[in-house]
Ligand binder design. Sequence first.
Ligand code: PMP
Ligand code: GLU
Length: 406
Amino acid sequence: MPTHRLSQRVRALPASQTLALAARAKALKAEGQPIIDYSVGEPDFDTPAVALEGAREAIARGDTHYPPVPGTLALRKAVLADLERRFAWRGTPEQVLVSTGAKHTLYNLFQALLDPGDEVVFASPYWVSYPAMIELAGGRAIPVPTRAEDGFRIDPAAVEGAMGARTKILLLNSPSNPTGAVTPPEEVEALCRLAFDRGVFVVSDEIYRELVFDGAVHRGVLEVQHPRAAELALLVDGVSKAYAMTGWRIGWAVGPKDVLAAASKIQSQSTSGACTIAQAAAAAAVAGAGADTARMRDAFARRREQLVAALERIPGVKVPRAQGAFYAFPDLSAYYGSTIDGAAVTGSESLSEVLLEKAHVAAVAGAGFGADAHLRFSYALDDRLMLEGIERVAGVLARATPGVRA
Ligand code: PMP
Ligand code: GLU
């Protein structure tokens, strides 16, 4: 009998910090605590009506049997039609693999591409699940630091310096979770060229592509022209953020057929095809929910202004101005080393804990994103609550000893 009940793999694995805090916030709310929840990256809007109708039609026609493993033809064609409409990219259905959320898409791709010791280079701060998923596949996560002072700009020279003989994937995420940073088009081009020139895959997580503000331009990996792009460029996308459809669990990859066939093989031995009804809803959203997305974008743009302004009024808090996604990522490290109502604030995790207990505010510690100076506040919540929560945060931080000056 082996000595451990659980595998080495799972013992080394942290649980998702974003989902853990969100679950805690929900549980405290259910107990009657007045929690204001900035934790989970999930739009607070309802699923667009066209998507609901798509799902109803799927149920009505009895579309309730096993789906094809790589996704329904209807959804794969809707994804292709959208890419063609947006930037004249043309592909075939074999170049689209639908999975149970973009997280699953990323998981499958890492499983399909990484051998033990293969490296994945990506910018830090990073989404909490990247290192975990890479390591589960036996790969090595190679974060490249970026700085808040530079707007979390990714320096192509630093990325080049991080690439070595074992680099298999350059993982991009613009707009970024957790920083909201949008990589400028010319830098996306430069980063992709660096990878393609070396035969390195670019996995580009563009799940927040629709949520860019201030006229910032999103450049997708499939738009980059390079002789090796067709064999090395992989887009990751889904309906969670653009259409507020987190619970439907639909994401997809677009890219070279051989890689997607390999990822599909993994999917065939694990989850099979994604839910038929959810795929029908997703296809309807991709084809017809553009106006809903635009409305959500406008709401997020307004809230971003309000949230950043409110956070900036708190003494000692620095708020990088990001142009995308729906996260503010303030630097609260001025409060580290202080005590609040007897609790020592030593870093982002203890501050997140203090804010939950004393302000009834849930904000994710930056530590899990590789940035302990910061906390992540999602602005995917009601405007009024969003501002009330920051007042509570300011009130609690004002009790810090020693205090922090503006
Ligand atoms: N990528 C990033 C950067 C994310 O923030 C998320 C969070 N939902 C995902 C991928 C996965 O999204 P989903 O699985 O809901 O499609
Ligand atoms: N991606 C979102 C977040 O970062 C949803 C939760 C998750 O899957 O991590 O909060």
